[in-house]
Design a protein. Structure first.
Ligand code: ATP
Ligand code: MG
Length: 581
């Protein structure tokens, strides 16, 4: 570890000093007192907590958002400026007759208008639904129609290419606001800059009930058709608490969440949580590029960095020590979410940056981080950590009528959460039955399998759908994939179960090799032998197939169901979120 890193870390006292006592003393009622609330007890509004209350106090001139353009130049927006811009946007919506509960969608990259629209929409009481900018026309249409979009904020290029041809099929879409034109294209297709120019800069946020809907997020579609999870303003309490204890924000911090706001991580943590804490939130308009990312971390002196296993694995693959070229000494914490974080990656963090990468677990449905590794808590590489204070997590087994909580350590079962936490989704849009099925005996059933060790650490096993049943064993793909990644030639791996008449399912691995490694039979045998030694013959893969890349969702999750469908010659299912490589 560099001396400067030791100094940095010594200077900061973690917000969560001791896990057990913080957990046992915690109450959401007490926590809610840290939020400001709308003036005159008019409720809780996410945008007020994130922007207005800061703009009205001493951090008015602190940078709230920093937009890094594709050419690496950047532009800052202070909390004061953001208040005005978002108020103007809220006035634009009000002027267009948009009322509480109606849905405003966005389809654009990571540009300031994206951030302004989210917060402005929340101010005016409408519900925001971000779409990922590289979606093709069909996934866009499905989501706009299912979500009954009233307004879409987008760019001219996106409009011309994708939206214009489908306009007639979207009769409920009243307005399209174009971010980069100065002329109105029709009565319905309007110039956002023109509207903003004339909009009044002050907006009085109407009373907002904590249960008022705020955000609609579609899931990643890893296991099937994406579902629309609806969240309410009260979710900001989870965003606040996780910002404090997990991201461990401190005044003056510079934070970078690499997720796109088209996904829940990019909104909950790429917008709301850092702003609620009054820190500086940077975002990069460009896609992943290893050297660009390292140089952004250096140039913008990022303190807390929230990213995903796919990105970390891509950095690891390079076999490059960033410290030789970049000064990353201000980096205090790196966190990861979205997929299991292999122990290899945790340890790579330790070796490369001087501290382990902190994995945390949550879902679109939970709206915020639920299980986490905290900077002050000892990390067990490969574990997702322990529940957030305020969250009761357990391992359960579904019975015919309800759920049985498994109390003994290390039993495998469904990862469940005690229902009723602030950021819990309130429904799946138009799928009330499906929503209800997620709850039993007061527990929310996540659909992921995990185990809890004797000290209360949670370990991810796999999605219930991905579990492999082989020779009487239940094998979680994560365990096998992590083992394979421990082989020196392996960069990435995905494991599926392939039906087999003798053993039920056979463990098959798709393996991406590190650059320079040769994909031949000798390598296959070597990898199988390596896995057999570590996992035993029952769990180790029996078949290996080399691949140049693994199919992933645009939010970076391995699409095992697609590998399986292809392997078995079955229909490929919904591919709206597939990343095109
Ligand atoms: P869909 O529900 O449409 O199939 P999805 O579940 O991938 O898609 P998200 O809500 O974006 O959609 O992802 C949440 C899921 O991602 C979790 O249920 C879990 O399977 C996985 N996940 C997230 N974080 C972690 C983590 N730290 N470790 C292991 N798995 C994780
Ligand atoms: Mg899911």
């Amino acid at each position: 570890m560099k001396t400067s890193q030791i100094f940095q870390q010594a200077k900061i006292q973690n917000n969560l000093l001791e896990y057990e006592s913080t957990f046992s003393d915690f109450s959401w009622e007490r926590e809610a007192k840290f939020l400001h609330g709308l003036p005159d007890h008019q409720g809780i509004n996410i945008a007020y907590e994130a922007v207005d209350r800061h703009a009205d106090n001493q951090i008015r001139n602190t940078v709230a958002l920093r937009w890094i353009r594709k050419d690496r130049s950047f532009e800052d927006f202070t909390y004061g400026q953001l208040k005005i811009l978002t108020s103007k946007f809220a006035n634009v919506l009000a002027h267009l007759g948009i009322v509480k509960g109606e849905r405003v969608f966005s389809l654009m990259g990571r540009i300031p208008e994206m951030y302004i629209s989210v917060l402005g929409t929340l101010k005016c009481g409408a519900v925001f639904c971000p779409l990922f900018s590289v979606f093709g026309p069909e996934p866009i249409f499905q989501r706009l129609s299912k979500g009954e979009a009233r307004v879409l904020v987008t760019t001219l290029a996106q409009f011309e290419k994708k939206i214009k041809p489908m306009l007639e099929r979207l009769p409920e879409l009243k307005y399209i606001l174009i971010t980069d034109t100065d002329i109105n294209l029709s009565e319905k297709v309007l110039s956002l800059p023109l509207l903003i120019k004339t909009a009044f800069p002050i907006f009085h946020i109407p009373p907002t009930d904590p249960e008022d809907p705020a955000l609609l997020h579609f899931t990643s579609g890893t296991t099937g058709m994406p579902k629309g999870a609806l969240h309410v303003h009260k979710a900001v309490l989870t965003h606040y608490t996780t910002g404090k204890y997990v991201l461990d924000f401190h005044p003056g911090d510079v934070f970078w969440c690499t997720a796109d706001p088209g996904w829940v991580t990019g909104t909950s943590y790429g917008i709301i949580s850092p702003l609620v804490h009054g820190v500086t939130n940077i975002f990069d308009e460009e896609e992943f590029d290893a050297m660009r990312w390292y140089s952004i971390l250096e140039e913008h002196t990022v303190n807390v960095w929230y990213t995903a296993p796919t990105a970390l694995r891509r950095l690891m693959r390079l076999d490059f020590n960033p410290n030789e070229k970049y000064d990353l000494s201000h980096l205090r914490q790196i966190l990861s979410v979205g997929e299991p974080l292999n122990p290899e990656a945790v340890l790579w963090g330790e070796k490369t940056f001087g501290f382990p990468i902190l994995d945390n677990w949550w879902q679109t449905e939970t709206g915020g981080i639920m299980i986490a590794n905290y900077p002050s808590m000892k990390v067990r590489p490969g574990s997702m950590g322990k529940p957030l204070p305020g969250i009761e997590a357990a391992i359960g087994q579904l019975t015919e009528t309800g759920i049985q909580i498994l109390e003994k350590a290390n039993q495998q079962g469904q990862l469940v959460l005690k229902a009723g936490f602030p950021s819990q989704f309130r429904t799946y849009l138009h799928e009330e039955e499906r929503f209800k099925k997620c709850f039993r005996d007061g527990w929310y059933i996540s659909g992921d399998l995990a185990r809890k060790d004797a000290d209360g650490y949670f370990w991810f096993i796999g999605r219930a759908d991905d579990i492999i049943k082989t020779s009487g064993h239940m094998v979680g793909p994560f365990e096998v994939e992590s083992c394979l990644m421990g082989h020196p030639a392996v960069a990435e791996a995905a494991v599926i179960g392939k039906p087999d008449p003798l053993i039920g399912e056979l463990v098959k691995a798709f393996v991406v090799l590190k650059s320079g490694q040769i994909p031949n039979d000798a390598m296959k045998l070597d990898i199988i032998a390596f896995a057999r030694k570590k996992l035993g013959p029952a769990v180790a893969p029996k078949e290996i197939q080399f691949a140049d890349n693994l199919p992933k969702t645009r939010s970076g999750k391995i699409l095992r169901r697609l590998l399986k469908a292809k392997e078995l010659g079955l229909p490929e299912g919904d591919l709206s979120t597939l990343e095109q490589s």
